[in-house]
Ligand binder design. Structure first.
Ligand code: PXG
Length: 289
């Protein structure tokens, strides 16, 4: 049976979910998106994802042609049509069809698409043993360029860094900002742990304000762990006791090596494990609709 995709206000078969070659999302990466989890039939952090989508669209001056409530209903309709209780959702809004020119004013119909997929977790091995990352020479977009807070369809900055990770035999790339401070990875935020205290770069370090990042900051509060949003450098990562990444796709994944240096004893640390387990509980608790 073909999967159903929400497109232009309707649920259509995958084969019929086609986008015009004149869509500015296709021509220019001109659009915004969200990667969202559905746990136990409920959209995880619904408000945060929808608000972030609207904020991204606002900066790009795209008017989403649906209300927030309609978009939420479209997600649930897509999940139901594909019989999922747990799913990974890709919500996409493009500026819509225009001409071959850049003129955004000629795009009158922004396109809204919802794709639901079965949960695609990294292999269990990564969660138990941790991953290795490498610093990319491609720096994160400065915020007066395409602001990293905008989750735009133009992910070339991150893709260039991810290609570097691939050639270095690593799972992820660490991206620095134009000041040389640590920003984030290509599809995840980063946390380090030193002497029992957690740190993650602040929003103005040229990062996406990750939904999972904010959940982890809440979990730290609940667990009584000190966590701060302060700038740090690669030196702090190399000399950290523990390191992990957060994101809707990966959830929370331990990092055991950076640029060939082992982090701590080269194994996922106790605080990372504690937060990973608390994250599982948090998701279950939050998943009651
Ligand atoms: N930073 C960047 C640049 C991201 O793209 C995150 C951090 C984590 O944010 P959330 O809100 O998810 O905690 C992201 C999210 C993928 C993939 O396949 C990654 C994201 C979205 C969709 C898919 O790796 N990025």
């Amino acid at each position: 049976m073909s999967i159903k995709i929400f497109m232009n206000g309707q649920l259509v078969d995958r084969e019929d979910a086609k986008v015009s070659v004149f869509d500015h999302g296709f021509l220019y990466g001109d659009g915004v998106f969200e990667g969202i989890r559905v746990y136990n039939g409920k959209i995880f952090r619904e408000k945060q994802h929808i608000d972030r989508l609207w904020d991204s669209a606002k900066t790009l001056d795209i008017t989403i042609p649906m209300t927030k409530e309609e978009v939420i209903e479209a997600i649930y309709a897509t999940v139901r049509a594909n019989n999922f209780t747990d799913a990974y959702i890709r919500l996409i809004v493009t500026r819509g069809e225009g001409t071959l020119g850049l003129d955004a004013n000629l795009c009158h119909d922004p396109l809204v698409v919802v794709i639901a997929q079965a949960l695609s977790l990294y292999s269990a091995d990564f969660y138990e043993k941790g991953i290795k990352i490498v610093t990319a020479s491609t720096i994160r977009n400065p915020s007066d360029s395409i602001n990293p807070r905008v989750k735009s369809l133009n992910y070339l900055n991150n893709i260039m860094a991810k290609i570097e990770a691939y050639y270095a035999g690593c799972e992820e790339a660490l991206m620095l900002n134009h000041k040389g401070d640590v920003a984030e990875c290509t599809g995840d935020n980063i946390f380090i742990v030193k002497n029992g205290k957690l740190r993650t770069p602040p929003i103005n370090a040229c990062i996406l304000e990750g939904v999972t990042r904010n959940v982890v900051l809440e979990i730290c509060q609940e667990l009584g762990l000190e966590a701060s949003e302060t700038a740090f450098t690669r030196h702090d990562v190399y000399t950290a006791d523990e390191c992990f990444l957060t994101g809707s796709a990966a959830e929370l994944i331990p990092v055991v090596g950076v640029d060939g240096r082992a982090i701590g004893d080269g194994k996922p640390g106790p605080i990372t494990r504690r937060i990973l387990s608390a994250f599982g509980d948090f998701v279950k608790k939050d998943g009651q609709r």
